[in-house]
Design a protein around this ligand. Structure first.
Ligand SMILES: [Zn+2]
Length: 231
């Protein structure tokens, strides 16, 4: 990663995605003095197997859990776009909203989800793929070009992102050593209590996965990404 990276924005589909995919990396970036902000596209209102839970109550709970998790990692700014969970489509509205958030926060580095279907976690979640693709389209060219979404001017001036990290486990470009912050990542994940019946099992899976991702480099734990440098 270039030294000129001062501001980092993590844009994901659901509350908890940032912690699962990049919690250790976020903790490290904050420790290095970089300012990190989150943008969460959906409100997570389908993420419950509790038949007594209402979607409305779940939205409130998951927003609070996400703010707490962010705080554990040192992320102060969390914005929620409030799209319905499981129903994200690649629409002009979503592209405008994500472009607006990029123009507002003005990150040098954006971290996002994989736009491609993989079989690493089941068959991958459609919201993850859709949001990953939309974020890449907003980084280039929509947030950068003043003629895209003229209604965002003059409040949200165009912004050029320098780099993107795409969450990616298969032959990744970047293997980020998170050994010294794995406990913080687990602590942040635990904030999403509504999502876990058995957190010990989740923690074991996450540690195992991050261990496997670091093994080839001799790291105890790692998170991995593809890296795009925007010319
Ligand atoms: Zn998710």
């Amino acid at each position: 990663m270039a030294d000129r990276i001062d501001r980092v924005m993590v844009i994901t589909a659901h509350p908890d995605d940032s912690e699962f995919g990049a919690g250790g990396t976020v903790a490290k970036l904050v420790k290095e003095g970089r300012e990190v902000g989150y943008c969460i596209v959906t409100n997570g209102n389908k993420g419950s197997s509790d038949r007594a839970m209402t979607p409305e109550r779940l939205v409130t709970i998951r927003a609070e859990e996400q703010r707490n998790a962010a705080r554990v990692l040192g992320v102060e700014r969390v914005s929620f776009l409030g799209y319905p969970d499981g129903e994200v489509e690649d629409t002009r509205d979503l592209r405008r909203d994500v472009s607006r958030e990029i123009r507002r926060f003005r990150p040098d580095l954006v971290i996002c989800q994989n736009p491609n279907r993989t079989y690493n976690l089941g068959a991958s979640h459609r919201d993850h793929r859709t949001v990953g693709g939309v974020v890449l389209d907003c980084v280039y060219p929509l947030a950068r070009d003043h003629l895209a979404f003229p209604e965002l001017l003059p409040d949200f001036e165009p912004h050029k992102v320098r780099e993107v990290y795409v969450m990616q486990w298969n032959e990744p470009h970047v293997v980020n050593d998170i050994s010294d912050v794995i406990d913080l990542k687990v602590k942040a994940l635990a904030c999403h209590a509504s999502q876990f019946k058995d957190f010990a099992a989740v923690e074991a899976r996450v540690r195992q996965r991050n261990k496997e991702l670091g093994a080839a480099r001799g790291y105890a734990y790692a998170e991995t990404f593809d890296r795009i440098v925007i010319a």
